[in-house]
Structure formats: structure tokens, C-alpha cells
Ligand binder design. Structure first.
Ligand code: HEC
Ligand code: HEC
Length: 318
């Protein structure tokens, strides 16, 4: 038979136990003012660690990380600099529906690639960094996070799935004009991204990442990144920029994308091995070689319709 004494002892034990549990939980999620987790969030793969890697990439694996082995990214940008709201915003460059698309064929790599390969694609190009090992806790966590977004999307209601962005970019049938793009940049972008596209750091400690990420220069995406393609960039810019007020016309988005990509940025080695089948190379891929004789300038700035027509005819004649 249980006495009252034992009963309250049990109660106290339970309360103490719960308090310890809460304390353990709290410490697992405890952040120092600088934003670094002091507990071992990275002890095993988790959705939460994946979220942090994609949201706070600079802090978690940027060039300023205190452990050199963890400096995977070559820039202090975050994955979320392009995959807005940590990939949870429906629409352009959302990661909500990504997981179900992989594995799939990649023209750039010339074979089937899974989600981990795709993440490494952005690590080595958009983030100008080095590949993560396929079985690392970091890779598994990002994969878990992106896969989890897919489940989240499946249960999201229609209203939350709705796109909050202007009509899709429609490509003008002309070459993009870098000089006009510069004017657009000065009027609409410079206030955040800076006179020289250098962005604005969040703090003097670069592990804090950027308030406004750089668009070109040494700490931006490299010349093998998808964002260096004028159509990819114009698509993103029309949908999302200026941040919070995306109201550019197709012409403005096209020209400013060309201006952004007319500047110096980190160079990726061996770009010539991309697209083993050159007829699969996107028309706006800004680096050679090509399976056609159009000048590089036209691949960088357009007009693109003549290039597409060339490849359509090529297919028909085969
Ligand atoms: C500079 C902008 C930029 C940054 C930073 C960036 N990405 Fe991307 N990412 C892109 C673009 C552009 C694409 C789509 C390219 C294309 O058109 O195929 C993409 C595609 C992807 C895809 C495939 C999406 C799909 O639905 O097929 C994944 C996954 C991805 N990125 C993950 C990441 C991760 C993880 C990071 C950080 C380590 C990152 N990205 C950083 C621009 C960026
Ligand atoms: C109000 C500030 C603001 C303005 C104005 C603005 N941006 Fe951005 N931009 C951002 C922020 C912030 C991000 C990163 C996304 C995030 O953190 O949510 C970003 C991200 C980007 C990116 C992807 C990340 C990178 O560094 O490459 C591009 C490209 C971009 N902006 C281009 C433009 C262009 C072009 C304009 C002008 C038409 C523009 N932005 C205007 C704030 C701004």
C-alpha cells in the first residue's frame, strides 16, 4: 500500500525529473548572443540541424567557422539568401516540393543525380564552397529538412500554398542592356546591396552572415552558379526583388540581371566539363564551350530565340 509520504516523494521526483528534462531541452536549444549553439545539435542528423544549416549557413559552416574542418561554404551568404524563408516560401526557388523531384537527370552532370548531389551543386557553385561528404551529419540533416518540407507541403492548405509573387518573368525578344540595367540597379537595388554589389554584413563578425547578401565580388556566388544565367537571375529578381516589393517589369528584371552578372565573381575551375552533351546546355549558360557558333555575348545577354531555333532545327534534321 502506498503511504501519503511515498506519494508526495513520487510527485517530487516527477517534478524534479521534468525540470531536469526541461533544462536539458533548453540547453539543447540554447544560443549564445552570437547565435551559436553551445550544445551538440550536430551530434546526429536532424531536421532542426538541417534547418539551421540552410538558414544560418555562415554561422554553421561558413568561412569564419572556428573549426577549419567545418568551413564548407566559401561565402558568408546563407542558402536562405536565395531559397527565401529557409526554402518555405512557395514559388521561385522554393524548396517545398523539391524532394519528390529527385533523383532525376541532370544535363549539367550528364547523369541521374539525387538530392545530395544537388545540395553539393549549390555548395560548390552558389556557395563557392567544397563538397560535403554524402554521409556527413550535415548532408543527412539538410536532406532530412528538405524531405520534411515536402511532407509539410502535402498538408498545407490552398491559401498557404498560394504564390505571393508577380506574374512569371516573360523573356523580352532582344539582347539585355547592361547600361539600362545599371540605372535600374542604382534606383532599386543599391540601397540594400551596395554601390559595388558588396551587400551589407550583419555584424563585424562575418559568422553572423549578411543583412543584404552580395551580388558580385569575392564573397558572392561563383561563375558556375545557376544565378549567373541571365534568365535564371531575371526570373528570381522579377519574382522576389526588390525584397518585399517585387514590382519590376520584365524589361527591368532582364537588364538588371545582366548588369549584376557583368561583374567579377569567384571563378570555378573546370567548367568546360559541365554538360557532357552540349546540346543540353541551357541557351543562357554564360560560359563556353557550346555546340553552336553564336558568340558568347549572345549566350550571356540574348536574344535567345535564335539560339533555340538553331537547336530545334538541329533536332529535326537528325
Ligand atoms: C546564389 C543563390 C543560391 C544560393 C546561395 C543557394 N542556391 Fe540552391 N539553387 C539556386 C538556383 C538558381 C537553383 C536552381 C537552378 C536551376 O535553375 O536549376 C537552386 C537549386 C537548388 C536545389 C534544387 C531545387 C529543385 O527544386 O530542384 C536545392 C536542393 C538547393 N538549391 C539547395 C541549396 C542549398 C542546400 C544551399 C546552401 C548550401 C543553396 N541551395 C544555396 C540558387 C542558390
Ligand atoms: C530592401 C532591401 C533589398 C532591395 C532593395 C533589393 N534586395 Fe535583393 N535581397 C535582399 C535580401 C535581404 C536578400 C536575401 C534574402 C533574405 O535574406 O530573405 C536578397 C537577395 C537577393 C539575391 C540572391 C542572393 C544574392 O546575394 O545573390 C539577388 C540576386 C538579389 N537580391 C538581387 C536584387 C536586385 C537585382 C535588386 C534590385 C532590383 C534587389 N535585389 C533589391 C534585399 C534587397
Amino acid at each position: 500500500m502506498k503511504t501519503e509520504q511515498q506519494g508526495s516523494g513520487l510527485l517530487i521526483a516527477t517534478v524534479v525529473g521534468a525540470a531536469v528534462g526541461v533544462a536539458v531541452l533548453a540547453s539543447a536549444f540554447w544560443f549564445t548572443p552570437a547565435g551559436y549553439s553551445v550544445a551538440s545539435i550536430n551530434a546526429e542528423p536532424s531536421v532542426e540541424y538541417g534547418r539551421r544549416l540552410i538558414r544560418d549557413t555562415a554561422a554553421q559552416m561558413g568561412p569564419g567557422h572556428e573549426d577549419p574542418a567545418m568551413r564548407f561554404s566559401g561565402t558568408s551568404m546563407d542558402c536562405a539568401s536565395c531559397h527565401l524563408v529557409t526554402g518555405t516560401k512557395p514559388g521561385t526557388l522554393s524548396l517545398l516540393q523539391t524532394a519528390s523531384d529527385y533523383p532525376r537527370f541532370s544535363g549539367r552532370d550528364g547523369g541521374d543525380r539525387d538530392l545530395r548531389d544537388r545540395i553539393n551543386g549549390c555548395m560548390t557553385r552558389s556557395m563557392n564552397g567544397r563538397e560535403l561528404s554524402r554521409d556527413s551529419i550535415e548532408m543527412l540533416s539538410m536532406e532530412m529538412y528538405i524531405t520534411n518540407l515536402n511532407n509539410q507541403y502535402a498538408v498545407m492548405g490552398e491559401t498557404r500554398r498560394q504564390l505571393d509573387e508577380p506574374p512569371e518573368f516573360a523573356e523580352p525578344n532582344r539582347a539585355a542592356d547592361v547600361e539600362v540595367g545599371q540605372q535600374v540597379y542604382e534606383e532599386r537595388c543599391e540601397v540594400c546591396h551596395g554601390r559595388d554589389g558588396e551587400g551589407l554584413a550583419a555584424a563585424t563578425d562575418m559568422r553572423e552572415g549578411y543583412l543584404f547578401p552580395p551580388l558580385w565580388g569575392p564573397d558572392s556566388f561563383n561563375n558556375g552558379a545557376g544565378m549567373t544565367r541571365v534568365l535564371t537571375a531575371a526570373n528570381f529578381i522579377k519574382a522576389r526583388m526588390p525584397l518585399g516589393q517585387p514590382d519590376l517589369s520584365d524589361d527591368q528584371a532582364y537588364d538588371v540581371a545582366a548588369y549584376v552578372n557583368s561583374h567579377e565573381r569567384p571563378q570555378r575551375a573546370k567548367l568546360e566539363v559541365d554538360y557532357p552533351d552540349l546540346t543540353r546546355k541551357p541557351v543562357d549558360s554564360p560560359y563556353p564551350p557550346y555546340a553552336d557558333d553564336f558568340p558568347i555575348e549572345q549566350h550571356r545577354l540574348g536574344p535567345f530565340e535564335p539560339i533555340r531555333e538553331y537547336y530545334r532545327n538541329l533536332q529535326q534534321s537528325q
